[in-house]
Write a protein that binds this ligand. Sequence first.
Ligand SMILES: Nc1ncnc2c1ncn2[C@@H]1O[C@H](COP(=O)(O)OP(=O)(O)OP(=O)(O)O)[C@@H](O)[C@H]1O
Length: 460
Amino acid sequence: MTVRELSLSGALVVGLSTQLSEIFAIKPVLPGKGEVELLAKLVRQGKDGAAVRLFYSDQDTMQALWEHIRDNLPPTDSCPYCGHPDDSREGSCDKCSLYLNFSKKNYLERHIENTFAQRLNIRLSRLNLEHIQKIIQFVDAKLLKVQHRSPDKEFLGTSQGMLSVFSMVRKVAPTEMSVLLLGESGTGKELTARSLHHLSSRRDGPFVAVNCAAIPETLLEAELFGYEKGAFTGAYATKKGKFESADGGTLFLDEIGDLPASLQAKLLRFLEDRLVQPVGSAHSRKIDVRIVAATNCDLQRAMAHGQFRTDLFYRLNSFTIKLPPLRERGEDKVRLARHFLEKFSRSENRHMEFSDEALDAIRNHPWPGNVRELENKVRRGFLMATGRVVDPECMELDQGDPAPVPEADSKPGATQKDYVIKVLEQNGYVIARAARQLNISRPSMYALIKKHGINIDNMK
Ligand SMILES: Nc1ncnc2c1ncn2[C@@H]1O[C@H](COP(=O)(O)OP(=O)(O)OP(=O)(O)O)[C@@H](O)[C@H]1O
């Protein structure tokens, strides 16, 4: 096979024996580069030879090919591609629109771009409007995902609700605004708070998380604001509070709805003047901390009952992000489940997969404990599966009988309280075990106990 004519996108070859659809290689010798391999496809067989289309190769080869072609261009005023008379060679050929300014440095890139655009045009012209509309929608959806993609590769979600969370996180993170995170237990409030911190200019400062429901009321003030030596019995040395530990960074106050009234006032004062006064100290210190607060309880209702200060609520509520419950996240349930299974598989070096039944059970389960519950079920499935396949039984996912977990704020108080007491009884009043049964965190279990005024010591 001999290569007679060679251009950037095509060649004339003689002695070719090939079918129309086949892709084959031609190997012209280029000065200064030697033999190069170019992939080609037959376009037309004529009596002088076969016209072939060339596929673009790597940049070096294309550059060498272009230099060779340029050096051998015939001294003609016509377009070398279509023969149309053109004496300027400054722009594009009027007839075939190819870029003719050969002396320009970026000729090769322009030529390749134009050729791609032309091919795309030809393809598009063969599609009907409905197809084009579908392509545009597809591209839009892809762009949306790229732009709103999670700021953290461990923070997953492609459902509409989560894309909007990611978008809000990106917008508010670089500002100094306080942020209020709302959402049921296990929906990812702490993960969101960490993302806010990592995307802010405070990322090199500390991230300090405090669960206001998990610390007894009597200790909470000292824990948050610190204390001076001798401030109270047992205060043997001066101790920094969480505000001070978070200086220059972010303080995440989880279960803010459980903050006692006196501390609500202190937090409000801090948000106004950024001063912190340790217990037993006569002096205040200026602290540079961004507050991210979170709660899974209904602060509006708490305000209506006089349990949460309205002024503090409005101060914190200037930017609110609501984490959607897992049951409203569509296929994210399966994506997250696969993510957790892969994580466990990697850490144990044991590859596992879900059965189709397991995937259906994951789709249908109501997930009252949200992502935390999903992670726990997948962990259980990973540990209990005997072969390489995780089925609904080893995850203890019974589609017909989802665990009736009390939803913190949607049921009348008495019913929920009874249920919590029952679960505590069943688990011998061991908080961790009761929390596990309800698929909620220990702090959330404490919060439920506190919310209903349940006194475990009297019950044992
Ligand atoms: N979108 C997500 N992608 C990956 N992991 C997630 C996601 N959301 C939550 N998780 C994981 O689920 C678990 C619970 O999340 P997190 O502690 O942030 O929830 P929370 O809303 O703060 O819960 P609680 O109110 O009970 O404190 C964590 O292990 C977290 O890493």
